[in-house]
Design a protein around this ligand. Structure first.
Ligand SMILES: [Zn+2]
Length: 96
């Protein structure tokens, strides 16, 4: 893809660095509109990567987190059971 532009004011060659829909000519300071064919594929790629991020976050919140909390709950339940058994043994030992 050709990413070179030329300034309409001074004719200098400009390099499009994927930064928005306009670029400023470094020679004369003119704001140059970047053609749609240059910025559109880049913005689409950005939108896709943003949605991928949201989907991963959604999966973490709906699948990974409940699974971890479920496992934590199970572990706490087992731990609590063992703790209660130890406490009851200690209590019955001292209660004699
Ligand atoms: Zn210029």
């Amino acid at each position: 893809m050709d990413r070179s532009l030329s300034c309409p004011s001074c004719g200098a060659g400009l390099e499009y660095g994927e930064a928005g829909r306009t670029i400023r000519c470094p020679y004369c300071g003119t704001i140059v509109q970047v053609p749609e064919t240059l910025w559109q594929p880049i913005e689409q790629a950005r939108t896709v990567s943003r949605w991928t991020k949201y989907i991963i976050l959604f999966l973490i919140l709906t699948v990974v987190l409940p699974t971890c909390l479920g496992l934590l709950g199970t572990a706490l339940g087992i731990g609590g059971g063992i703790f209660a058994a130890i406490v009851s043994v200690v209590v019955s030992f001292f209660a004699r």
